[in-house]
Design a binder for this molecule. Structure first.
Ligand code: SF4
Length: 493
């Protein structure tokens, strides 16, 4: 496979999206990538990771013989929502029908992602000044108007509360009792960016949830013995070098962390850069690390992000096999259901069947978050329910492990369980899969059926209730947390 971009077209003044490597990472530079031999004897040569950014969009089209009518708009959208892609993904796209291709829709900016007013504002500022800082500020305003931190994520920021020295922890999130999320500073990017990603502000260097190193995670875990799961997330933690992984994870093998049973890895690298697990210079060591964790009693669960069966390439399936068989990892899969990409039952049915056949466990179907270009991707809850219920018909019981369609919102993960007529009222049956208050988990409640609603805040309680059962307590939880933060800040000044 040939790289399609001339070096001269690469610019370095793009968004801030590079992981910051510490010294140990440079050891990897002295290791060599190697090809991989599959179980069937097929050789998979190494494909070096080479990223393409906004300034490369034109070259990508040219290299694939495409004259794109919306090039200008795509480049403008990519100023608001960061664009990043690589050769493996370019090769997955069917360029003969690229506008309808799901991988193209998943990764390339689309004209309708911005409003006419947004285009007008960008054109206006560009006509008024060449000052890059002023233009960047204006674009930042547009970005910030698109709800870059949905679901009250700031309220998930934990702290270590000691009498002498209370400490905020920016790079962890702790919303549900049993699981802590870690956003390592070296995992603040991905091998490519999904156009629907809600972490777009992170990728331009703003509002980063960022943990400097492993020290505070370990400290926090020692003080929170109720936590059973650590989720490595980002960005994508698979962008980190193995030495960083080891510093975070190997100490958890000590007996004082016995309460941590499961290491989850939230990643799209199986789709976007599967060579990470096969031919990258430190791939063997990473697989060995997972095996060590497994042998010492930890469950390693890869939370693989797949939106369409087209992502399940031969290289991806080989990486899946290696992670399972050599790494001893379990692979669970999840994705949002999105217009233009996967809003039909057949796509999910085929994807789940391929996943099951290759030893993966379908885990979640999410609903588009109320952020970013949601206007382009969102589908009504009623449609999401239709897709979910009918996709299940394509799979045996083994595929019924997928939960959803679920909204990850401030109060918790709320699933649309079904639609029924109860007491002469047409209702959605909703259920908490996870709750900010653990007692909400599995509680069922009802909203008036609304065929247009796309998110929980557009739903009205059924049966004449004034508000959903959790609203008062949820507001109180947020207020209590805010009060605690304020107390801590005052005690520090
Ligand atoms: S892989 Fe995840 S974090 Fe990265 S761009 Fe896609 S949705 Fe966002």
């Amino acid at each position: 496979m040939q790289s399609i971009i001339n070096k001269s077209t690469q610019k370095t003044n793009e968004v801030v999206d590079e992981a910051v490597y510490d010294f140990d990472d440079f050891k990897v530079l002295f290791k060599q990538p190697k090809s991989w031999t599959s179980s069937t004897g097929k050789t998979i040569p190494h494909l070096p990771f080479k990223k393409y950014l906004r300034t490369d969009i034109r070259s990508i089209f040219e290299s694939n013989g495409v004259v794109d009518p919306f090039l200008e708009e795509r480049e403008m959208v990519a100023q608001v929502f960061p664009f990043k892609i690589n050769q493996h993904i370019v090769d997955l796209i069917n360029w003969d029908n690229y506008q309808k291709d799901p991988i193209f829709q998943l990764t390339f900016p689309q004209k309708e992602m911005l409003t006419d007013a947004d285009y007008k504002a960008i054109r206006k500022i560009k006509s008024e000044t060449n000052d890059r800082r002023i233009i960047a500020d204006r674009i930042s305003d547009i970005r910030n108007a698109k709800n870059p931190a949905p679901a009250n994520q700031s309220a998930n920021r934990p702290f270590i509360d000691t009498d002498n020295e209370p400490e905020f922890i920016d790079g962890l999130q702790h919303k549900y009792e049993k699981i802590v999320l870690m956003f390592h500073k070296n995992a603040q990017t991905c091998h490519a960016y999904c156009t629907y990603c809600f972490r777009f502000n992170q990728f331009v260097g703003k509002d980063k949830f960022l943990e400097e190193d492993h020290v505070r995670l370990h400290k926090y875990l020692l003080k929170n013995k109720q936590v059973t799961d650590v989720l490595m997330t980002g960005g994508d933690p698979a962008t980190m070098k193995v030495d960083t992984w080891k510093k975070v994870l190997l100490p958890l093998l000590s007996s004082e962390y016995d309460h941590v049973q499961t290491i989850r890895v939230g990643t799209k690298a199986l789709s976007y850069h599967p060579y990470r697990f096969l031919t990258e210079p430190d791939a063997d060591e990473l697989i060995q690390l997972f095996r060590t964790l497994r042998n010492k009693g930890k469950h390693v669960s890869i939370m693989g992000h797949f939106s369409h069966y087209q992502e399940l390439s031969d290289v991806t399936l080989e990486a899946v096999r290696r992670l399972r068989e050599e790494g001893g990892a379990t692979i669970r899969t999840q994705s949002p259901v999105m217009r233009h990409i996967n809003d039909c039952p057949e796509v999910w049915g085929k994807m789940w069947n391929m996943q099951i056949q290759n030893g993966m466990i379908p885990y979640y179907m999410f609903i588009a978050r109320d952020t970013g270009a949601q206007n382009y991707f969102e589908i009504p809850l009623a449609k999401a329910l239709y897709v979910y219920q009918n996709a299940r018909k394509y799979v045996s019981g083994l595929g019924h492990t997928a939960r959803g369609p679920s909204m990850s919102c401030g109060p918790g993960k709320i699933c649309v369980l079904g639609r029924e007529t109860i007491m002469n009222e047409d209702v959605f049956i909703l259920k908490f899969l996870q709750g900010r208050n653990n007692d909400w988990c599995d509680r069922v409640f009802f909203a008036k059926y609304d065929e247009k609603a796309t998110w929980i805040d557009q739903l009205v309680p059924a049966f004449g209730d004034k508000q959903f059962f959790f609203v008062e307590e949820y507001n109180q939880l947020l207020q209590d947390k805010l009060n605690k933060y304020n107390e801590m800040i005052q005690s520090q000044t």
